[in-house]
Design a protein around this ligand. Sequence first.
Ligand code: PXL
Length: 259
Amino acid sequence: MKVALTIAGSDPTGGAGIQADLRTFANFNVHGAAVIASLTIQNTLGIQEVVKIPPDLLRKQITTLLDDVTVHAVKTGMLLDGETIEIVGELLKKYHLTRYVLDPIIRSSTGYPILKKDDIELLKTTLLPQALLVTPNLKEAEALTGRPVRTEKEMERAAIEIHALGPRYVLVKGGHLEDGAALDLLVGGVKTRCFRKPRVQGRRLHGAGCVFSAAITAGLAAGLNVEQAVRKAKNFVHPAIRSAASVGKGRQLLNLTSD
Ligand code: PXL
């Protein structure tokens, strides 16, 4: 049995975070392990509050798990501050977790700020160099590079700049581009790869980034290479976005149910 681990935040709506990651892993037939790094208080209208898990508890969750369980791929999601980032960076290294997908969550889909400027710098120096793949959306690519990222050209430039910070691959996700197809660019292989799907109009979503990076992580755990894992994940996320549904009064959640 292949094992994928998520180190991320809890989202009570089930649409994002740990809850969405585990359901995504299950869809890919890999076993899901989960370490909770933060708790959010939220519904589909937005986040009310975020609370970090105390550092010693975070550390103990990870070391107790990894002293025992063999993990084939890992992703990180919502890490709330520098201390959390440092512990995760140290333990990824200690346990030689090289199939590592970094979802650099800087702000929630509803606009709630997660990482401060100093935390972003720490993420760049301690986590980015260890990542097999980092998956910024346009806003996260802007925060990581300090430049606007609004066009396909700017996406590629940002991907190359982020790649220079040390991750093996960078996937800049263009889901929020103003027009054209939903286009993601993968830099790090022999040449830049483009993944395109028709844009799904008129949906305000919650959790799409989490599900995408979890799907990639599941593919990596199952033995796919990065390019194959991204392609398979994109093919998984697209129909889940097309059939997204409202469970509350706010944003829609991806549909990960089976029929
Ligand atoms: O979509 C980013 C995200 C990740 N993880 C958790 C979240 C959110 C957004 O709300 O709540 C736990």
